[in-house]
Design a protein around this ligand. Structure first.
Ligand code: ZN
Length: 150
C-alpha cells in the first residue's frame, strides 16, 4: 500500500509541476492584441499563437518526462521500505540456457525485506518483474541451511 501511495504522490507532484509551469507561462506570456472590430476576442492563445502553443507543448513534454522518471524510479524500489534495491546479481546464462536457466537479474533490499527478480530475456512477450517478500527473520533461511548441512 505504501509503495503505491508513494507512486501516486510522485505522479501528483508531476501534475502539480506541469500545472504550475502552465500557470507561470500564462502569467508571463504577453496578452494577445485586441481583436479587430467585428471579430470575437481570443479567449486562449493555445492553438492561436504558435510560440505560446509550442511552450504549452514543452510543458506537457516535461510532464511526460516526469511521469517516465516516476515509473522508472519506482521499478527498483523495495515494496516495504521504499529504499532503492541494491546488489544486482546475474543468474542463468545466455550461452547455456538449458543447463543454467534463462538470464535474470536479481535485486535485493539492503534491509532484507525481499528480492526483485527481472527476466533479461523476453521471449514470450513482456514479463513483469517478480517481487519475493522475505520473512521478518532473515536468519531463518541461513539456520535451515546450516542444520541441513549437519
Ligand atoms: Zn526494504
Amino acid at each position: 500500500m505504501k509503495y503505491w501511495l508513494y507512486l501516486a504522490a510522485k505522479l501528483l507532484l508531476s501534475i502539480g509541476v506541469v500545472l504550475g509551469l502552465e500557470a507561470a507561462l500564462c502569467a508571463v506570456y504577453p496578452a494577445p492584441p485586441k481583436p479587430l472590430p467585428g471579430y470575437p476576442p481570443v479567449k486562449s492563445l493555445f492553438l492561436y499563437d504558435m510560440p505560446f502553443t509550442f511552450l504549452v507543448f514543452g510543458t506537457w513534454l516535461i510532464g511526460a518526462g516526469l511521469f517516465f522518471l516516476a515509473f522508472w524510479d519506482q521499478r527498483r524500489r523495495c515494496r516495504t521500505c521504499l529504499r532503492k534495491l541494491i546488489m544486482p546479481v546475474q543468474r542463468g546464462s545466455w550461452g547455456n540456457m538449458v543447463v543454467f536457466g534463462r538470464p535474470q537479474t536479481e535485486w535485493i533490499c539492503a534491509f532484507g525485506h525481499g528480492t526483485l527478480n527481472t527476466e533479461d530475456l523476453q521471449i514470450t512477450g513482456r514479463q513483469f518483474p517478480e517481487w519475493q517478500p522475505h520473512d521478518d527473520d532473515i536468519w531463518k533461511e541461513l539456520e535451515s541451511v546450516e542444520q541441513a548441512q549437519k
